[in-house]
Design a binder for this molecule. Structure first.
Ligand code: SIN
Ligand code: MN
Length: 199
C-alpha cells in the first residue's frame, strides 16, 4: 500500500478553526525544546502534545509517552474534536488516538530520518496534518538506507503512515519559508495522531 496522501484535506476555513484550537492547547501546554536521549542535544523543532498521552524525549529518560507536560507537570489538554473526527474518517482504526504530538518548525528547523516506533500498538496508523509553510517531507521504506520519495506537504494536507508503511523511515528536510500566510509568525505546525496502547 502506498503512503496515503490527502492534499488540501482541510480547507482554509477549517485550517483557521483548527489553528484557533491549537493556540488554546499551546496556551495550556506551552511549546518547549525537547532534547535527545543520552547526548542532551536540543532538537530544532519545538513540541507539545494534546490527548491523554504525549510523546516526549530528554537526556535522562529518552523517548517515551507520558500523561503530563514535562515543564508544567500538568496533564496534556484534551484533543480537539476536529482531530478525533479526522481520525475516525481516515484512520481506519476502531479505537481513538491517544496522543497528538504537535511539532513547531521555525524556518530553519528539520527532523532527521526516523521511524515512529515508540508505540505499543503498531496496527494503528500515524496520521499527520500540516499547517503553515510547506515542508519538504521525505519517506522511504523500513530500512534507513533505502530509496526515498519526497512530498511537499502544504497547509491542510494529511498524510498517513499505516499498514506496511507504518514503520517507514521519514523526516523533514526543510521548511520553505514564506509559502503560507496561515501563521503570522511564519513556520509550520505538524500534528501527528497516534494510538499508543493496544486496546
Ligand atoms: C514527525 O515525524 O514527527 C514529524 C513529521 C512532519 O513534521 O511532517
Ligand atoms: Mn515521525
Amino acid at each position: 500500500m502506498p503512503v496515503q496522501y490527502y492534499p488540501f484535506k482541510l480547507a482554509p476555513v477549517a485550517q483557521k478553526a483548527l489553528l484557533a484550537e491549537l493556540r488554546a492547547v499551546i496556551a495550556e501546554a506551552p511549546l518547549y525544546t525537547p532534547t535527545m536521549p543520552r547526548t542532551g542535544k536540543p532538537m530544532s523543532v519545538r513540541m507539545t502534545n494534546c490527548g491523554p498521552l504525549g510523546w516526549v524525549t530528554d537526556k535522562e529518560r529518552g523517548y517515551r509517552y507520558q500523561a503530563t507536560h514535562p515543564g508544567t507537570g500538568r496533564p496534556w489538554p484534551a484533543m480537539p474534536q476536529m482531530l478525533l473526527d479526522l481520525w475516525e474518517e481516515l484512520g481506519g482504526y476502531a479505537s481513538p488516538p491517544e496522543a497528538c504530538l504537535v511539532n513547531y518548525y521555525a524556518s530553519a528547523a528539520n527532523v532527521g530520518l526516523h521511524q515512529d516506533k515508540d508505540e505499543q500498538d503498531l496496527a494503528a496508523p500515524v496520521l499527520s496534518l500540516s499547517l503553515g509553510d510547506i515542508a519538504v517531507f521525505r519517506v522511504g521504506g523500513t530500512s534507513r538506507s533505502g530509496p526515498t520519495q519526497k512530498y511537499e506537504l502544504k497547509s491542510g494536507d494529511v498524510l498517513i503512515l499505516g499498514g506496511e508503511d507504518r514503520l517507514a523511515y521519514h523526516g523533514v528536510d526543510r521548511i520553505l519559508a514564506g509559502t503560507s500566510d496561515l501563521l503570522p509568525e511564519g513556520g509550520r505546525f505538524n500534528l501527528t495522531l497516534r494510538r499508543v496502547t493496544t486496546p
